[in-house]
Design a protein around this ligand. Structure first.
Ligand code: URA
Length: 210
């Protein structure tokens, strides 16, 4: 199976992404925009979430009405930039659980090295939505999905803001079964592994560490 790329072209997402790319945007504003985009992307990534009918009483009569089971969703943040997606996603799916994968990029080899991994119990009952704003080389995303698959979640989706074509290809080659939700696919990676034109270092821009 070849994984799908869901390019989220909604004008609100594109507009906010453009603002985030601007180099002079403050940390506060960058974070707020990411929060808003996260809510909009949560809407897309959960579009086909299963619902079940429950019986409720309206002021007029009893009816069968659909609900989703947010407790079955687990947002998995790839540390540290993935955390920038969490608040917005949780606004939309407040019952979701949270997992964390800690990976850093070896600056010389750009290979992803794991330093932390913590998931909720019963992953086989859960739909995992993996979060990282940047799909650059794809090494972190591939390594995160490798580990996540060991926990056997019911499904896995990957959400990022920006992808490089090289990273997207690498991710598809390694995990053709995992759909990717992305706001923009940029031109290329530069020699330092940054996406260009990109938005710089997402972690530094979210946390104000530069
Ligand atoms: N990680 C980032 O934060 N930015 C990039 O451009 C690539 C990887």
């Amino acid at each position: 199976m070849t994984s799908a790329v869901h390019h989220i072209t909604h004008p609100l997402v594109q507009h906010k992404l453009t603002l985030m790319r601007q180099k002079d945007r403050s940390t506060n504003s960058f974070r707020r925009l990411l929060n808003e985009i996260s809510m909009l992307m949560a809407y897309e990534v959960t579009r086909d979430m299963p619902t079940q009918l429950i019986e409720i009483e309206t002021p007029l009569e009893t009816m069968q009405a659909p609900v989703i089971d947010g407790k079955k969703t687990v947002f998995v943040s790839i540390m540290r930039a993935g955390a920038g997606f969490l608040d917005g996603m949780l606004n939309v799916v407040p019952g979701a659980r949270i997992g964390h994968v800690g990976l850093y990029r070896d600056p010389k080899t750009l290979v992803a090295v794991e330093y932390y991994f913590k998931m909720p119990a019963d992953m086989h009952e859960r739909d995992a939505i993996l979060l990282d704003p940047m799909l650059a080389t794809g090494n972190s995303a591939v390594a995160a999905v490798d580990r996540l698959k060991e926990t056997r979640p019911r499904s896995i989706r990957f959400v990022c803001l920006l992808a490089a074509p090289e990273g997207l290809q690498h991710f598809h080659d390694q995990h053709p079964d995992v759909p990717v939700y992305v706001a923009a696919v940029d031109r290329q990676l530069n020699e330092h592994g940054y996406i260009v034109p990109g938005l710089g270092d997402a972690g530094d821009r979210i946390f104000g560490t530069k």
